[in-house]
Design a protein around this ligand. Structure first.
Ligand code: SAH
Ligand code: DHB
Ligand code: MG
Length: 220
């Protein structure tokens, strides 16, 4: 079993269950044309986030790490009328591409992209308006801090999803030599130590290789 097979199966899944969509397909194309790194969630993973937000009935969604807005579009499309998504992005160029893609997707009224380091913009979010779903997918070393913020900005019933937790098995590296892996281990420790959440990690293979995501439910 090779990564070629993983990509072919992702293509098969997308072909059978995700119809062509001008906004989503256009967002991928625009991000590539603008030279953004090809690190957006895969098509099946994007649709999974969408379904998760629907299951939760999420009215307020927080995303940390916008890139070109591909995952943003999937998540925002799950919002009911009057729902809101805030996405945090450090790079003004990425934010510009994302805003154009969100506009083309007709999501201007529901989505706000805040430019800056997420650790600077998170404290500006109102603490009395909790999010129903938080998707953490930005600079990996800050992930433990993003998990702490996610816990602060959610309520019982909210879901926190963390991308790129497994990274080709790097998460097993307990030496600290790999900064991203060390951060993911620390993020898992934060979840493990928090009695108000129940969490697990799902390993994945696909067009983005071998990785995985954590999912935590805020229970109290
Ligand atoms: N969620 C996107 C992919 C995000 S890639 C998708 O699946 O479509 C990670 C993004 O995090 C990049 O755009 C990067 O510029 C951004 N980023 C890096 N450091 C950041 C920081 N300190 N604060 C906010 N965003 C950051
Ligand atoms: C990288 C970041 C991501 O969010 C991802 O899903 C894959 C790769 C990266 O920075 O290399
Ligand atoms: Mg990611």
């Amino acid at each position: 079993m090779t990564s070629d097979t993983w990509t072919a199966v992702d293509d098969y899944i997308a072909g059978v269950l995700v119809p062509p969509d001008p906004a989503l397909d256009g967002a991928q194309a625009a991000a590539a044309a603008a030279g953004l790194p090809a690190i957006a969630v895969s098509v099946p993973h994007g649709k999974f986030l969408h379904i998760l937000a629907l299951i939760r009935g999420a009215r307020r969604i927080l995303e940390i790490g916008t890139l070109g807005g591909y995952s943003t579009i999937w998540l925002a499309r799950a919002l009911p009328p009057g729902g809101r998504l805030v996405s945090l992005e450090f790079d003004p160029k990425h934010a510009g591409v994302a805003r154009a893609n969100l506009s083309a997707a007709g999501l201007d009224d529901r989505v706000e992209v805040l430019v800056g380091r997420a650790l600077d913009t998170l404290p500006t979010l109102p603490a009395n308006e909790p999010f129903d779903l938080v998707f953490i997918d930005a600079d990996k070393p800050s992930t433990p801090d993003y998990v702490r913020w996610g816990l602060k900005l959610t309520r019982p019933g909210s879901i926190i999803v963390i991308d790129n937790v497994v990274r080709n098995g790097d998460v097993l590296d307990a030496t600290g030599a790999n900064e991203s892996a060390a951060a993911m281990r620390q993020a898992m420790a934060v979840l493990a130590a928090e009695p108000r959440v129940t969490a697990t990690v799902i390993q994945t293979v696909g067009s983005k290789g071998y990785d995985g995501f954590a999912i935590a439910l805020v229970t109290a």
